[in-house]
Design a protein. Structure first.
Length: 343
């Protein structure tokens, strides 16, 4: 983008305009691309509104709300770490990073409405963006910015719903995915979805997941309070019936664990109506344990699929990150996350 002036983003319309302009730049897919100087001011925001018992939810934050907001903040911090260091390990954060991660919530008088701003977090991350572009092209860097913007705020629920629709689609080309999911959405949503899909990397996927996990953890904490009638996260509204359903699910002893291990690939099996679901049969090279890791054609990256196929042929081990979910002590999910590719 040929400009020497700083681009200020202070609203959703500013952001959509910026992303749209970026997508039209000719060399955006070049690894020589230089990201423009941008600054977020007063946007995006974190808006959390809880409606419940009037005496409890009035100009105050209850314990469940405080603990939930702490969970949300932790996941935002982990997303920032992924953006900066390609890992969610918080020990990588420097003192300078931690200063950028300070979120101040303001409580509106007469309600349990908490409002925070995520501009410092995003500005703190994009200071190092051109260093990151050395490892990716311009559109991938843009995808990272869009992912962090939605993760660290309560804006963009409509963007994410369309993005996830593309991930469920069974066509193989990204162009088809975009067109299939965005025919009925406004142009503003379409450019955001375009950026997320065309700029998708394992880091941007994890950043989005961290944002969703943080908001889910917040709502789960609030769902345990029977006096809460409704929760609003930006424009997304969760009613008491939905909170009850979530509270029932919590009674299962469920443990989620992000793991990394070296595996031998024992088989690749495609299934589903359009062969879009992939089961990866693996053997842990250290323990000999066998697992089946699940993923889909829409979420696995081409270089990751190539690495799996190559390992199956050569019998070389490959380091894989995956999510393990146990319910009441029994493993119910082994979800492929990404491959730790050597530089």
């Amino acid at each position: 983008m040929e400009t020497s002036e700083k681009i200020i983003i202070s609203s959703e319309s500013d952001f959509i305009s910026f992303v749209s302009n970026m997508l039209s730049v000719e060399n955006i897919e070049s690894d020589e691309f230089v990201f423009p100087d941008i600054e977020f001011i007063g946007w995006p925001t974190l808006n959390i509104v809880v409606q419940g018992e009037p005496q409890r939810y009035k100009s105050s934050l209850t314990a469940s709300m405080l603990f939930g907001m702490a969970d949300l903040t932790e996941e935002i911090y982990r997303a920032f770490a992924v953006f900066r260091y390609s890992t969610s390990n918080l020990t990588n954060l420097t003192e300078s990073d931690k200063k950028a991660l300070d979120i101040v919530y303001y409580v509106t008088e007469g309600s349990s409405r908490a409002r925070g701003q995520a501009d410092r977090i995003i500005n703190g991350a994009i200071r190092f963006l051109n260093n990151a572009v050395k490892k990716m092209n311009g559109i991938q860097a843009l995808g990272m910015v869009v992912a962090l913007t939605t993760c660290a705020s309560t804006v963009g629920w409509h963007w994410l719903s369309e993005y996830h629709e593309t991930q469920r689609h069974d066509n193989t080309t990204k162009v088809d995915l975009v067109n299939a999911a965005t025919q009925s959405v406004v142009n503003g949503q379409k450019v955001i979805v375009d950026a997320l899909i065309h700029g998708q990397t394992k880091e941007s996927k994890e950043i989005l997941l961290r944002g969703e996990e943080g908001k889910a953890r917040l709502v789960k904490k609030l769902s345990a309070d029977d006096s809460v009638q409704q929760v609003e996260l930006g424009s997304h509204i969760i009613n008491r019936a939905e909170l009850n359903a979530m509270n029932i699910r919590q009674r299962i002893d469920r443990v989620r664990d992000d793991k990394t291990a070296a595996f031998f690939i024992n088989g690749l099996n495609w299934s589903g109506a359009a062969n879009q679901d992939l089961s990866v049969s693996v053997i842990n090279s250290s323990t000999g344990e066998t697992l089946t890791l699940k993923t889909t054609e829409a979420t696995i990256l081409p270089n990751e699929l190539l690495a799996l196929s190559s390992s199956l042929t050569t019998r070389d081990e490959v380091k894989i990150r995956y999510l393990e979910v146990k319910e009441n002590g029994k493993t119910t999910v082994s979800q492929f996350t990404s491959i730790e590719l050597s530089n």
